[in-house]
Design a protein around this ligand. Structure first.
Ligand code: EPU
Length: 420
């Protein structure tokens, strides 16, 4: 297995272009199953997760072509069964359920398991399908949803931990081809949900309110092919901004939507970094002083859970005592034990991390446990004295396009060591 080796302590400078959003691309690729006609999606990031989605679409019978960021899909005929072997590699495979149900009126997809960031139930997705009139069976590790006929309904998708992003996507996709009007209350407001709704509307869907807590979908009989550009990845942008804060002389992220990362830029501003935004770029620089921060993760427009680990890495060397509370995935703290091995002082109290800033971190061999935790370890490695080796790099490759190469372009001393 490959490793990433970082010689820490080298300042970063310059600018970097942000890739298309992974979490937009996955449901949008799944949405191409809703039509027989060709769809063309641009700015699809080259990641193992988007490759898995392409494999799933192909397995389901779609013809898929991929060339330098553009994926063309023609799902002339589709199967409604996605077995374990095909979907087990990626939890987000669950977002083919909605389009398959909408188009075929039935779908069988292997049930996603939990993952390292916690229990990942899909009860809210299923509740939404049932409200549309589908029956749901869980048998042999598969979830089967089927309905001779679907009809619009009013559905509240808010759960114990707030709204669900992929649950909102799934119900929106099924409802796009459902007779009557569906109203999703307690909908996720994430920019990725808006991007999916925009794509569906280009396909002929009638969706209003995406980006608010209430989404209204007037079902149509058929959708047609469409072309779409994926929005910039706000979590990749946030990760590079933290990289710039952690050891930058001033770095600029380009091709970003500043509004989408406001919670992150506000947090960085509040703990002592200078932020300058223009229409599609953001520059972060240090003014030599840092301060501690109290941070709570929340659904959009709150501070994203997908940036929590990276902030732990940053705050580990900020002055004073910082406190982070994880409200979305309370167990998403696997990075803490690894950061401590690099000299960070942090303690977990339930879903809250208390971080006592230290003067320096020290390079160490560390193990990535999930996508964002791995990013946090790379960021800590940029700051640490000496050499850090991050193993299980496949987690990074799931969600960051060329992270090591992009950091290297900014001046980091970072290399990928091929596994034997
Ligand atoms: N939840 C339920 N029941 C459900 C669905 C979710 O209780 O049926 C709970 C979850 O356990 C969690 C909360 O609701 O506590 C929010 O989960 P959500 O459904 O919004 O997560 P998701 O849609 O499965 C997406 C992203 C995640 C990101 C979360 C939260 C994709 C492919 N994944 O997951 O991204 O953390 O929203 O913003 O869009 C990542 O990119 O590293 C990543 C994990």
């Amino acid at each position: 297995m490959d490793k990433i080796r970082i010689h820490g302590g080298h300042p970063l400078s310059g600018s970097i272009k942000i890739s298309g959003s992974k979490n937009s691309a996955l449901p949008i690729l799944a949405a191409t199953l809703l039509t027989r006609e060709p769809c063309t999606i641009h700015r699809v990031p080259d990641l193992s997760d988007t490759n898995y989605m392409v494999q799933i679409l192909t397995h389901l019978g779609a013809q898929v072509e991929r060339a330098s960021g553009t994926v063309s899909v023609t799902a002339d005929k589709v199967e409604s069964l996605a077995p374990y072997d095909v979907v087990r590699k990626m939890r987000a495979s669950v977002c083919v359920l909605g389009p398959l149900l909408g188009r075929c009126k039935e779908a069988t997809v292997s049930m996603p398991g939990g993952c390292i960031i916690g229990d990942r139930p899909i009860d809210l997705h299923l509740k939404g399908f049932e409200a549309l009139g589908a029956a749901v069976r869980v048998e042999g590790g598969n979830v089967k949803v089927f309905a001779p006929r679907l009809r619009g309904a009013v559905i509240n998708l808010r759960g114990k931990f707030g709204p669900t992003v992929l649950g909102t996507d799934n119900v929106m996709m099924a409802a796009a081809l459902t007779e009557g009007t569906t109203v999703i209350e307690g909908a996720a407001q994430e920019p990725e949900v808006v991007d999916l709704a925009n794509f569906l509307n280009k396909m002929g869907a009638k969706i209003e309110g995406a980006g608010t807590r209430r989404v209204i979908i007037e079902g149509v009989a058929e959708l047609h092919g469409a072309e779409h550009d994926i929005i910039p990845d706000r979590i990749e942008a946030g990760t590079f901004l933290v990289a710039g804060a952690i050891c930058g002389k001033g770095i600029t992220v380009e091709r970003v939507e500043p509004g989408h990362v406001e919670a992150v830029t506000n947090a960085l501003g509040n703990c002592g970094f200078r932020i300058e935004s223009s229409a599609h770029s953001i520059t972060v620089s240090s003014n030599g002083q840092t301060s501690p921060l109290e941070l709570v993760t929340d659904p959009y427009p709150g501070f994203p859970t997908d940036m929590q680990a990276q902030m732990c890495a940053l705050l580990s060397t900020n002055d004073g005592i910082s406190v982070i509370t994880e409200n979305i995935f309370p167990q998403r703290y696997m990075h803490i034990a690894e950061l401590k091995r690099m000299g960070a002082q942090m303690q977990l109290e339930g879903a809250t991390a208390v971080i006592q800033g230290v003067d320096r971190l020290f390079g160490a061999p560390v193990m990535a446990s999930d996508l964002r935790a791995s990013a946090a370890l790379v960021l800590a490695g940029l700051k640490a004295e000496g050499v850090t080796e991050v193993s299980r790099v496949y987690h990074i490759d799931r969600g960051y396009e060329r992270l090591d190469e992009k950091l290297s372009e900014l001046g980091a001393h970072i290399e990928r060591v091929k596994g034997t």
